[in-house]
Design a binder for this molecule. Structure first.
Ligand code: UDP
Length: 260
């Protein structure tokens, strides 16, 4: 598929125009950032794994009636998506307290929450993505009451589905981040899931060892990030030859597997 002009470049992805109107090509880079860009690195093969894992999760969500922007994966690093107007809010869903929540409120790391907790963050790098309340969303018209109700409900459905999917392969879904966008079709507006769902945007712990299989390996300098992402893909049964990233060094995967 012929890529058009670059529409947007973010930290981990680039968006290009696609031939058909209303669609775009989402390209996954190997770039990793944390702490609002203070820490940066290139991790060879990360984009390929995130593209594959995100495709798997979003297409599974599409199948259970949760509409997402994904149309199809088109190659190792790219997917064709529906172009949406992104709502400038990061929706964080938490099942276990860790990360910024534990720091902000001095909650003990690993505290299991009775029910999922949803937090809202305003997407703004300059301001370091500040946490906001529902009232800010309404006051500044980032979303309407109806839109937010719909999104929160979708967040809970997605959490339910993903918790089950990961539990089945021995992984705890600790927390994750979602983004949604508006799609106007036939003069009707719909809200659909956008962006990506991958180990870059989730916290995933092995059920028994609690080993981190997500971007915390980069944030906390734990090493073996690719091996961890590959382990997630392997357990989801999506590490096929076509995703063969043999040019990338994955030799240490066994060390993560055998530690269990
Ligand atoms: N997250 C993300 N993008 C962000 C911020 C957070 O994908 O810009 C994800 C993160 O990977 C984790 C969840 O959202 O799964 C909650 O992150 P938290 O608020 O604990 O932030 P952090 O500890 O990363 O600062």
């Amino acid at each position: 598929m012929k890529k058009g002009k670059k529409l947007y470049e973010g930290k981990a992805k680039i968006l290009y125009a696609a031939p058909e109107k209303g669609t775009a090509i989402q390209h996954f880079k190997d770039h990793a950032t944390a702490f609002n860009n203070l820490k940066q690195s290139t991790i060879e093969g990360k984009g390929i794994l995130n593209n594959r894992i995100s495709e798997h999760i979003l297409s599974s969500l599409n199948q259970i009636g949760i509409e997402t922007h994904l149309i199809k994966r088109i190659n190792m690093r790219e997917q064709l998506i529906k172009l949406v107007e992104i709502i400038p809010i990061e929706f964080v869903i938490r099942n276990i307290a860790t990360g910024s929540l534990t720091k902000r409120l001095k909650i003990e790391d690993g505290t299991v929450l009775d029910k999922p907790l949803i937090e809202f963050f305003y997407k703004n790098d300059e301001l370091n993505d500040p946490m906001i309340a529902r009232e800010h969303i309404y006051a500044f018209e980032w979303a309407t009451v109806e839109e937010l109700e719909f999104i929160v409900n979708q967040c809970l459905r997605i959490n339910d589905f993903m918790q089950g999917m990961f539990k089945g392969v021995g992984i705890k879904l600790v927390d994750f981040k979602l983004e949604f966008g508006r799609l106007i079709q036939n003069e009707k507006k719909r809200i659909i899931l956008a962006d990506e769902i991958s180990p870059d945007t989730c916290r995933l712990w092995d059920v028994t060892s609690e080993e981190k299989l997500d971007k915390d390996r980069f944030r906390k300098d734990l090493g073996n990030l690719i091996e961890a992402y590959q382990e997630v893909a392997r357990r989801l049964n999506i590490l096929h030859e076509e995703t063969n990233i043999s040019s990338v060094k994955f030799g240490k995967l066994r060390s993560i597997r055998n530690k269990k």
